[in-house]
Ligand binder design. Structure first.
Ligand SMILES: Cc1ncc(COP(=O)(O)O)c(C=O)c1O
Length: 450
Protein backbone atom coordinates (compact mmCIF):
# COMPACT_ATOMS: atom_id res chain seq x y z
CA UNK A 1 0.00 0.00 0.00
CA UNK A 2 2.70 2.45 1.02
CA UNK A 3 4.46 1.53 -2.20
CA UNK A 4 1.34 1.76 -4.35
CA UNK A 5 0.06 5.12 -3.21
CA UNK A 6 3.02 7.26 -4.12
CA UNK A 7 3.37 5.38 -7.41
CA UNK A 8 -0.19 6.09 -8.46
CA UNK A 9 0.08 9.64 -7.26
CA UNK A 10 3.18 10.10 -9.32
CA UNK A 11 1.40 8.74 -12.39
CA UNK A 12 -1.62 10.93 -11.79
CA UNK A 13 0.59 13.99 -11.45
CA UNK A 14 2.48 13.10 -14.58
CA UNK A 15 -0.72 12.68 -16.50
CA UNK A 16 -2.24 15.79 -15.05
CA UNK A 17 -0.02 17.80 -17.31
CA UNK A 18 -0.91 18.26 -20.96
CA UNK A 19 -0.35 15.17 -23.04
CA UNK A 20 2.53 16.89 -24.68
CA UNK A 21 4.29 17.11 -21.34
CA UNK A 22 7.63 15.45 -21.25
CA UNK A 23 8.84 12.26 -19.60
CA UNK A 24 5.60 10.33 -19.27
CA UNK A 25 6.35 6.77 -18.32
CA UNK A 26 5.34 3.96 -20.65
CA UNK A 27 1.96 2.91 -19.30
CA UNK A 28 -0.63 0.36 -20.36
CA UNK A 29 -3.68 1.46 -22.32
CA UNK A 30 -6.08 0.66 -19.49
CA UNK A 31 -4.10 2.99 -17.21
CA UNK A 32 -4.07 5.74 -19.79
CA UNK A 33 -7.85 5.39 -20.33
CA UNK A 34 -8.54 5.88 -16.61
CA UNK A 35 -5.78 8.34 -15.73
CA UNK A 36 -4.55 9.96 -18.93
CA UNK A 37 -4.86 13.74 -19.09
CA UNK A 38 -6.90 13.84 -15.88
CA UNK A 39 -6.25 15.62 -12.64
CA UNK A 40 -8.10 16.09 -9.38
CA UNK A 41 -9.90 19.43 -9.26
CA UNK A 42 -7.30 21.86 -7.83
CA UNK A 43 -9.94 23.92 -5.97
CA UNK A 44 -11.59 21.00 -4.10
CA UNK A 45 -9.61 17.83 -4.67
CA UNK A 46 -12.64 16.21 -6.36
CA UNK A 47 -11.35 13.19 -8.25
CA UNK A 48 -13.83 13.73 -11.07
CA UNK A 49 -13.58 16.79 -13.27
CA UNK A 50 -16.37 19.19 -12.23
CA UNK A 51 -19.05 20.09 -14.76
CA UNK A 52 -18.43 23.76 -15.42
CA UNK A 53 -21.80 24.84 -16.73
CA UNK A 54 -20.91 28.55 -16.83
CA UNK A 55 -21.07 30.30 -20.20
CA UNK A 56 -19.10 33.25 -18.90
CA UNK A 57 -15.75 33.78 -17.16
CA UNK A 58 -14.89 36.86 -15.15
CA UNK A 59 -11.70 38.54 -16.29
CA UNK A 60 -9.11 39.86 -13.83
CA UNK A 61 -8.35 42.86 -15.98
CA UNK A 62 -8.54 43.87 -19.60
CA UNK A 63 -6.86 41.09 -21.58
CA UNK A 64 -6.13 39.12 -18.38
CA UNK A 65 -8.03 35.88 -17.71
CA UNK A 66 -7.48 32.24 -16.80
CA UNK A 67 -7.68 30.96 -20.37
CA UNK A 68 -11.47 30.88 -20.61
CA UNK A 69 -13.71 33.73 -21.76
CA UNK A 70 -16.93 32.27 -23.18
CA UNK A 71 -17.96 28.62 -23.43
CA UNK A 72 -18.56 28.68 -27.18
CA UNK A 73 -14.78 29.12 -27.52
CA UNK A 74 -13.61 26.79 -24.75
CA UNK A 75 -14.78 25.32 -21.49
CA UNK A 76 -12.85 23.64 -18.64
CA UNK A 77 -14.88 20.40 -18.70
CA UNK A 78 -14.58 20.13 -22.46
CA UNK A 79 -10.85 20.89 -22.19
CA UNK A 80 -10.53 18.03 -19.67
CA UNK A 81 -12.19 15.68 -22.15
CA UNK A 82 -9.82 16.90 -24.86
CA UNK A 83 -6.77 16.19 -22.70
CA UNK A 84 -8.05 12.70 -21.88
CA UNK A 85 -8.85 11.89 -25.53
CA UNK A 86 -5.46 13.18 -26.69
CA UNK A 87 -3.66 11.16 -24.02
CA UNK A 88 -5.51 8.00 -24.96
CA UNK A 89 -4.92 8.46 -28.69
CA UNK A 90 -1.23 9.08 -28.04
CA UNK A 91 -1.08 5.89 -26.01
CA UNK A 92 1.65 4.46 -23.85
CA UNK A 93 4.41 6.66 -25.20
CA UNK A 94 2.21 9.70 -25.03
CA UNK A 95 4.90 11.86 -23.51
CA UNK A 96 6.79 11.94 -26.76
CA UNK A 97 3.79 13.06 -28.80
CA UNK A 98 1.96 16.33 -29.21
CA UNK A 99 -1.51 15.03 -29.97
CA UNK A 100 -4.38 17.46 -29.51
CA UNK A 101 -8.06 16.58 -29.38
CA UNK A 102 -10.86 18.99 -30.22
CA UNK A 103 -14.32 18.02 -28.96
CA UNK A 104 -17.52 18.76 -30.87
CA UNK A 105 -21.25 18.72 -30.36
CA UNK A 106 -21.54 15.69 -32.70
CA UNK A 107 -19.52 13.50 -35.00
CA UNK A 108 -21.06 15.38 -37.92
CA UNK A 109 -20.04 18.79 -36.56
CA UNK A 110 -16.49 17.42 -36.22
CA UNK A 111 -16.50 16.22 -39.84
CA UNK A 112 -18.11 19.46 -41.10
CA UNK A 113 -15.51 21.54 -39.26
CA UNK A 114 -12.74 19.42 -40.74
CA UNK A 115 -14.17 19.97 -44.24
CA UNK A 116 -14.40 23.74 -43.74
CA UNK A 117 -10.88 23.85 -42.35
CA UNK A 118 -9.29 21.99 -45.24
CA UNK A 119 -11.37 22.56 -48.39
CA UNK A 120 -12.37 25.52 -50.52
CA UNK A 121 -14.04 25.96 -53.91
CA UNK A 122 -12.02 24.31 -56.66
CA UNK A 123 -10.43 21.74 -54.34
CA UNK A 124 -11.04 18.01 -54.55
CA UNK A 125 -11.85 15.58 -51.77
CA UNK A 126 -11.60 11.81 -52.09
CA UNK A 127 -14.04 9.92 -49.90
CA UNK A 128 -14.41 6.19 -49.23
CA UNK A 129 -17.25 4.85 -51.34
CA UNK A 130 -18.78 3.31 -48.23
CA UNK A 131 -19.09 5.83 -45.43
CA UNK A 132 -21.66 6.89 -42.90
CA UNK A 133 -24.70 8.35 -44.72
CA UNK A 134 -24.36 11.71 -42.97
CA UNK A 135 -20.88 12.11 -44.44
CA UNK A 136 -22.27 11.41 -47.92
CA UNK A 137 -24.99 14.00 -47.31
CA UNK A 138 -22.40 16.58 -46.18
CA UNK A 139 -20.33 15.98 -49.30
CA UNK A 140 -23.14 15.88 -51.84
CA UNK A 141 -25.58 18.41 -50.43
CA UNK A 142 -23.25 20.92 -48.81
CA UNK A 143 -19.68 20.71 -50.11
CA UNK A 144 -20.37 20.05 -53.80
CA UNK A 145 -22.80 22.99 -54.10
CA UNK A 146 -20.03 25.14 -52.56
CA UNK A 147 -17.72 24.19 -55.42
CA UNK A 148 -15.73 21.34 -53.86
CA UNK A 149 -15.34 18.39 -56.25
CA UNK A 150 -15.85 15.01 -54.57
CA UNK A 151 -14.80 11.60 -55.73
CA UNK A 152 -16.21 8.54 -54.02
CA UNK A 153 -13.64 5.79 -54.42
CA UNK A 154 -13.30 2.22 -53.21
CA UNK A 155 -10.42 3.15 -50.91
CA UNK A 156 -9.75 -0.53 -50.19
CA UNK A 157 -8.21 -0.47 -53.66
CA UNK A 158 -4.99 1.54 -53.33
CA UNK A 159 -4.53 1.71 -57.09
CA UNK A 160 -7.97 3.32 -57.39
CA UNK A 161 -7.02 5.89 -54.74
CA UNK A 162 -3.74 6.55 -56.59
CA UNK A 163 -5.52 7.23 -59.85
CA UNK A 164 -8.19 9.40 -58.21
CA UNK A 165 -5.77 11.93 -56.71
CA UNK A 166 -4.93 15.05 -58.66
CA UNK A 167 -3.04 18.26 -58.07
CA UNK A 168 -6.24 19.65 -56.58
CA UNK A 169 -6.81 16.92 -53.99
CA UNK A 170 -6.60 18.50 -50.53
CA UNK A 171 -8.26 15.88 -48.37
CA UNK A 172 -8.68 12.12 -48.42
CA UNK A 173 -11.41 11.01 -46.04
CA UNK A 174 -11.64 7.31 -45.31
CA UNK A 175 -13.80 5.25 -43.01
CA UNK A 176 -12.43 1.89 -41.92
CA UNK A 177 -14.14 -0.44 -41.19
CA UNK A 178 -16.77 1.12 -43.39
CA UNK A 179 -20.32 1.58 -42.19
CA UNK A 180 -22.14 -0.79 -42.79
CA UNK A 181 -20.24 -3.21 -45.06
CA UNK A 182 -17.14 -3.44 -42.79
CA UNK A 183 -14.87 -3.12 -45.81
CA UNK A 184 -11.38 -2.07 -44.69
CA UNK A 185 -8.98 0.51 -46.01
CA UNK A 186 -5.22 0.22 -45.52
CA UNK A 187 -4.50 3.45 -43.61
CA UNK A 188 -0.72 3.29 -44.12
CA UNK A 189 -1.14 2.67 -47.86
CA UNK A 190 -3.48 5.64 -48.32
CA UNK A 191 -1.28 7.81 -46.08
CA UNK A 192 1.62 7.37 -48.51
CA UNK A 193 -0.55 8.39 -51.45
CA UNK A 194 -1.87 11.40 -49.51
CA UNK A 195 1.63 12.52 -48.56
CA UNK A 196 2.85 12.30 -52.15
CA UNK A 197 -0.17 14.30 -53.31
CA UNK A 198 0.27 16.93 -50.59
CA UNK A 199 -3.19 16.10 -49.23
CA UNK A 200 -4.30 15.45 -45.66
CA UNK A 201 -5.59 12.04 -44.67
CA UNK A 202 -8.50 11.86 -42.22
CA UNK A 203 -9.68 8.50 -40.88
CA UNK A 204 -13.11 8.01 -39.37
CA UNK A 205 -12.14 5.52 -36.67
CA UNK A 206 -15.52 5.53 -34.94
CA UNK A 207 -16.08 1.77 -35.29
CA UNK A 208 -12.79 0.67 -33.72
CA UNK A 209 -11.84 3.62 -31.50
CA UNK A 210 -8.28 4.30 -30.31
CA UNK A 211 -8.61 1.23 -28.09
CA UNK A 212 -8.01 -0.86 -31.25
CA UNK A 213 -6.45 1.35 -33.92
CA UNK A 214 -4.71 4.71 -33.75
CA UNK A 215 -4.82 6.19 -37.24
CA UNK A 216 -2.06 8.76 -36.62
CA UNK A 217 0.31 5.86 -35.81
CA UNK A 218 -0.43 4.52 -39.30
CA UNK A 219 0.42 7.84 -40.95
CA UNK A 220 -2.94 9.66 -40.92
CA UNK A 221 -3.18 13.38 -40.14
CA UNK A 222 -6.56 13.37 -38.45
CA UNK A 223 -8.45 10.75 -36.42
CA UNK A 224 -12.19 11.36 -36.57
CA UNK A 225 -14.70 10.17 -33.98
CA UNK A 226 -18.36 10.17 -33.31
CA UNK A 227 -17.96 9.87 -29.53
CA UNK A 228 -21.70 9.23 -29.53
CA UNK A 229 -20.72 5.63 -30.26
CA UNK A 230 -18.25 3.42 -28.37
CA UNK A 231 -16.24 6.18 -26.70
CA UNK A 232 -19.14 7.40 -24.54
CA UNK A 233 -20.79 4.05 -25.12
CA UNK A 234 -24.03 4.27 -23.13
CA UNK A 235 -26.52 5.83 -25.59
CA UNK A 236 -26.36 8.94 -23.44
CA UNK A 237 -24.64 11.66 -25.48
CA UNK A 238 -24.17 13.04 -28.95
CA UNK A 239 -20.58 14.11 -29.49
CA UNK A 240 -17.59 14.12 -31.78
CA UNK A 241 -13.85 14.63 -31.71
CA UNK A 242 -10.92 15.23 -34.02
CA UNK A 243 -7.41 14.27 -32.94
CA UNK A 244 -4.41 15.76 -34.73
CA UNK A 245 -0.72 16.20 -34.11
CA UNK A 246 -0.31 19.39 -36.04
CA UNK A 247 -0.63 22.60 -33.96
CA UNK A 248 -1.54 24.84 -36.92
CA UNK A 249 -4.30 22.50 -38.02
CA UNK A 250 -5.54 22.25 -34.42
CA UNK A 251 -5.70 26.02 -34.17
CA UNK A 252 -7.63 26.33 -37.42
CA UNK A 253 -10.10 23.65 -36.28
CA UNK A 254 -10.64 25.47 -32.98
CA UNK A 255 -11.22 28.74 -34.81
CA UNK A 256 -13.86 27.17 -37.05
CA UNK A 257 -15.48 25.36 -34.12
CA UNK A 258 -15.75 28.65 -32.25
CA UNK A 259 -17.15 30.40 -35.31
CA UNK A 260 -19.74 27.72 -36.02
CA UNK A 261 -20.63 27.22 -32.36
CA UNK A 262 -19.92 23.49 -32.68
CA UNK A 263 -18.27 22.86 -29.31
CA UNK A 264 -19.30 19.92 -27.10
CA UNK A 265 -21.51 20.81 -24.12
CA UNK A 266 -20.01 20.49 -20.61
CA UNK A 267 -22.41 17.81 -19.38
CA UNK A 268 -21.97 15.67 -22.48
CA UNK A 269 -18.21 16.13 -22.18
CA UNK A 270 -18.37 14.95 -18.57
CA UNK A 271 -20.32 11.81 -19.51
CA UNK A 272 -17.85 11.13 -22.30
CA UNK A 273 -14.92 11.53 -19.88
CA UNK A 274 -16.55 8.83 -17.78
CA UNK A 275 -17.23 6.55 -20.75
CA UNK A 276 -13.63 6.75 -21.92
CA UNK A 277 -12.40 5.15 -18.68
CA UNK A 278 -14.06 1.84 -19.48
CA UNK A 279 -13.53 1.94 -23.24
CA UNK A 280 -10.72 -0.67 -23.40
CA UNK A 281 -12.74 -3.00 -21.18
CA UNK A 282 -15.96 -2.54 -23.14
CA UNK A 283 -14.38 -2.79 -26.58
CA UNK A 284 -12.85 -6.13 -25.65
CA UNK A 285 -16.24 -7.50 -24.63
CA UNK A 286 -18.02 -5.96 -27.63
CA UNK A 287 -15.41 -7.55 -29.91
CA UNK A 288 -15.64 -10.92 -28.18
CA UNK A 289 -19.43 -10.99 -28.36
CA UNK A 290 -19.48 -9.84 -31.99
CA UNK A 291 -16.92 -12.46 -32.94
CA UNK A 292 -19.02 -15.23 -31.39
CA UNK A 293 -22.21 -13.99 -33.02
CA UNK A 294 -20.55 -13.56 -36.43
CA UNK A 295 -19.39 -17.17 -36.30
CA UNK A 296 -22.84 -18.30 -35.27
CA UNK A 297 -24.49 -16.37 -38.12
CA UNK A 298 -21.96 -17.68 -40.61
CA UNK A 299 -23.07 -21.24 -39.86
CA UNK A 300 -26.77 -20.46 -39.89
CA UNK A 301 -28.57 -21.94 -42.90
CA UNK A 302 -30.90 -18.95 -43.06
CA UNK A 303 -28.05 -16.47 -43.48
CA UNK A 304 -26.75 -15.50 -46.92
CA UNK A 305 -23.58 -13.60 -45.91
CA UNK A 306 -21.91 -12.10 -42.86
CA UNK A 307 -19.47 -9.20 -42.82
CA UNK A 308 -17.14 -9.16 -39.83
CA UNK A 309 -13.36 -8.62 -39.97
CA UNK A 310 -12.76 -11.28 -37.32
CA UNK A 311 -14.10 -14.13 -39.44
CA UNK A 312 -11.45 -16.45 -40.86
CA UNK A 313 -12.97 -16.08 -44.34
CA UNK A 314 -13.09 -12.28 -44.23
CA UNK A 315 -11.61 -11.13 -47.58
CA UNK A 316 -9.24 -8.63 -45.90
CA UNK A 317 -8.28 -10.80 -42.92
CA UNK A 318 -4.56 -10.00 -43.25
CA UNK A 319 -5.14 -6.29 -43.18
CA UNK A 320 -7.53 -6.71 -40.25
CA UNK A 321 -4.83 -8.54 -38.31
CA UNK A 322 -2.26 -5.83 -39.06
CA UNK A 323 -4.44 -2.80 -38.50
CA UNK A 324 -6.77 -3.87 -35.70
CA UNK A 325 -4.40 -4.00 -32.80
CA UNK A 326 -2.31 -1.67 -30.74
CA UNK A 327 1.46 -2.17 -30.64
CA UNK A 328 1.05 -3.18 -26.98
CA UNK A 329 -1.33 -6.03 -27.87
CA UNK A 330 -0.49 -9.44 -29.27
CA UNK A 331 -3.98 -10.04 -30.56
CA UNK A 332 -6.37 -8.17 -32.78
CA UNK A 333 -9.89 -7.09 -31.88
CA UNK A 334 -12.45 -6.16 -34.48
CA UNK A 335 -15.06 -4.15 -32.63
CA UNK A 336 -18.70 -4.75 -31.98
CA UNK A 337 -20.28 -4.08 -35.36
CA UNK A 338 -21.19 -6.66 -37.97
CA UNK A 339 -23.62 -6.81 -40.83
CA UNK A 340 -25.42 -9.69 -42.46
CA UNK A 341 -28.06 -10.61 -44.97
CA UNK A 342 -30.62 -13.34 -44.56
CA UNK A 343 -32.01 -15.55 -47.29
CA UNK A 344 -35.36 -14.35 -48.58
CA UNK A 345 -34.34 -10.79 -49.44
CA UNK A 346 -35.76 -7.58 -48.05
CA UNK A 347 -39.00 -9.09 -46.73
CA UNK A 348 -37.17 -11.66 -44.65
CA UNK A 349 -34.69 -9.01 -43.50
CA UNK A 350 -37.49 -6.77 -42.29
CA UNK A 351 -39.02 -9.72 -40.43
CA UNK A 352 -35.70 -10.28 -38.63
CA UNK A 353 -35.39 -6.58 -37.78
CA UNK A 354 -38.88 -6.60 -36.31
CA UNK A 355 -38.66 -10.09 -34.86
CA UNK A 356 -35.67 -9.82 -32.50
CA UNK A 357 -36.48 -9.17 -28.87
CA UNK A 358 -33.17 -8.16 -27.34
CA UNK A 359 -31.47 -5.85 -29.87
CA UNK A 360 -33.45 -2.63 -30.19
CA UNK A 361 -34.38 -1.42 -33.66
CA UNK A 362 -32.54 1.89 -33.66
CA UNK A 363 -30.02 4.07 -35.51
CA UNK A 364 -27.12 4.30 -33.10
CA UNK A 365 -24.25 1.86 -32.57
CA UNK A 366 -21.45 1.20 -30.12
CA UNK A 367 -23.42 1.23 -26.87
CA UNK A 368 -23.91 -1.36 -24.16
CA UNK A 369 -27.36 -2.20 -25.54
CA UNK A 370 -27.36 -4.21 -28.77
CA UNK A 371 -28.95 -2.26 -31.59
CA UNK A 372 -30.18 -3.55 -34.92
CA UNK A 373 -30.46 -1.26 -37.93
CA UNK A 374 -31.69 -1.34 -41.51
CA UNK A 375 -29.09 0.87 -43.26
CA UNK A 376 -31.11 1.41 -46.44
CA UNK A 377 -34.08 2.97 -44.67
CA UNK A 378 -32.24 4.37 -41.67
CA UNK A 379 -28.57 5.41 -41.57
CA UNK A 380 -27.92 5.34 -45.32
CA UNK A 381 -31.33 6.51 -46.57
CA UNK A 382 -29.74 9.59 -48.16
CA UNK A 383 -27.14 7.66 -50.15
CA UNK A 384 -28.28 7.38 -53.80
CA UNK A 385 -29.42 3.83 -54.66
CA UNK A 386 -26.85 3.37 -57.41
CA UNK A 387 -24.01 4.32 -55.05
CA UNK A 388 -25.42 2.04 -52.35
CA UNK A 389 -25.68 -0.93 -54.67
CA UNK A 390 -22.17 -0.44 -56.03
CA UNK A 391 -20.88 -0.45 -52.48
CA UNK A 392 -22.75 -3.60 -51.41
CA UNK A 393 -25.34 -1.86 -49.22
CA UNK A 394 -28.16 -4.06 -50.39
CA UNK A 395 -31.81 -3.62 -49.46
CA UNK A 396 -31.71 -6.72 -47.27
CA UNK A 397 -28.53 -5.80 -45.34
CA UNK A 398 -28.90 -5.73 -41.56
CA UNK A 399 -26.39 -4.01 -39.28
CA UNK A 400 -25.97 -5.30 -35.76
CA UNK A 401 -24.17 -3.38 -33.07
CA UNK A 402 -23.42 -6.07 -30.56
CA UNK A 403 -23.80 -4.89 -27.00
CA UNK A 404 -22.77 -6.28 -23.67
CA UNK A 405 -25.72 -8.58 -23.05
CA UNK A 406 -25.01 -12.29 -22.60
CA UNK A 407 -24.01 -13.45 -26.11
CA UNK A 408 -25.89 -16.72 -25.59
CA UNK A 409 -29.10 -14.76 -25.18
CA UNK A 410 -28.36 -12.76 -28.32
CA UNK A 411 -27.62 -15.93 -30.30
CA UNK A 412 -30.81 -17.55 -29.14
CA UNK A 413 -32.83 -14.46 -30.00
CA UNK A 414 -31.27 -14.07 -33.47
CA UNK A 415 -31.70 -17.76 -34.19
CA UNK A 416 -35.38 -17.62 -33.35
CA UNK A 417 -35.97 -14.41 -35.34
CA UNK A 418 -34.07 -15.68 -38.41
CA UNK A 419 -35.83 -19.03 -38.37
CA UNK A 420 -39.20 -17.36 -38.15
CA UNK A 421 -38.33 -14.86 -40.89
CA UNK A 422 -36.64 -17.16 -43.37
CA UNK A 423 -38.36 -20.50 -43.04
CA UNK A 424 -41.30 -19.80 -40.85
CA UNK A 425 -40.62 -23.22 -39.43
CA UNK A 426 -38.21 -23.42 -36.57
CA UNK A 427 -38.18 -27.22 -36.47
CA UNK A 428 -36.87 -27.43 -40.03
CA UNK A 429 -33.69 -25.52 -39.24
CA UNK A 430 -30.69 -27.75 -38.84
CA UNK A 431 -28.65 -25.60 -36.47
CA UNK A 432 -29.69 -25.78 -32.87
CA UNK A 433 -29.11 -23.27 -30.16
CA UNK A 434 -29.69 -25.63 -27.34
CA UNK A 435 -27.55 -24.46 -24.41
CA UNK A 436 -25.00 -27.17 -25.24
CA UNK A 437 -24.70 -26.15 -28.92
CA UNK A 438 -24.39 -22.48 -28.05
CA UNK A 439 -21.76 -23.25 -25.42
CA UNK A 440 -19.80 -25.15 -28.07
CA UNK A 441 -19.81 -22.05 -30.30
CA UNK A 442 -18.68 -19.93 -27.39
CA UNK A 443 -15.82 -22.17 -26.37
CA UNK A 444 -14.46 -22.54 -29.91
CA UNK A 445 -10.76 -21.80 -30.30
CA UNK A 446 -11.27 -18.65 -32.36
CA UNK A 447 -13.33 -16.77 -29.80
CA UNK A 448 -11.87 -13.26 -29.49
CA UNK A 449 -8.71 -14.59 -31.09
CA UNK A 450 -8.01 -12.67 -34.23
C1 LIG B 1 -18.86 6.06 -38.72
C2 LIG B 1 -19.64 7.27 -38.29
N1 LIG B 1 -19.06 8.48 -38.38
C3 LIG B 1 -19.73 9.60 -38.02
C4 LIG B 1 -21.03 9.55 -37.56
C5 LIG B 1 -21.73 10.81 -37.17
O1 LIG B 1 -21.74 10.97 -35.79
P1 LIG B 1 -22.86 11.75 -34.95
O2 LIG B 1 -24.13 10.99 -35.08
O3 LIG B 1 -22.30 11.80 -33.57
O4 LIG B 1 -22.97 13.11 -35.57
C6 LIG B 1 -21.66 8.31 -37.45
C7 LIG B 1 -23.04 8.23 -36.94
O5 LIG B 1 -23.68 7.20 -37.00
C8 LIG B 1 -20.94 7.14 -37.82
O6 LIG B 1 -21.50 5.92 -37.75
Amino acid sequence: MTFLRPTLLTLACLFAAHTGASDLPSLGDATVAVRGGREADPSSGAILTPIVQSTTYVQEGVGRHKGYTYSRASNPTVAALERALAAFEAGRDGGARSHEAIAFSSGMSAISTLALATLRAGDEVIVSEVVYGGTVRLVQRVLEPLGVAARFVDTADLAAVGSAVSGRTRLIFIETPANPTLRLTDIGGVAKIARQAGALLAVDNTFLTPAITRPIDHGADVAVYSTTKHIEGHNATIGGALVVNNPELAERLRLIRKTLGAIQSPFEAWLTLRGLKTLPLRIREHSKNASVIARFLEQHPGVERVNYPGLAGFPQAQLAWRQHRLPSSDRALHGGILSFEVKGGVEAGVRVLEGVRIPSLAENLGAVESLITHPVTMTHGDVPREQRERAGITDGLIRLSVGLEDPLDLIDDLDRAIDAAVRGDRAAVSISTSPAAAAAVLSGPEVAHV
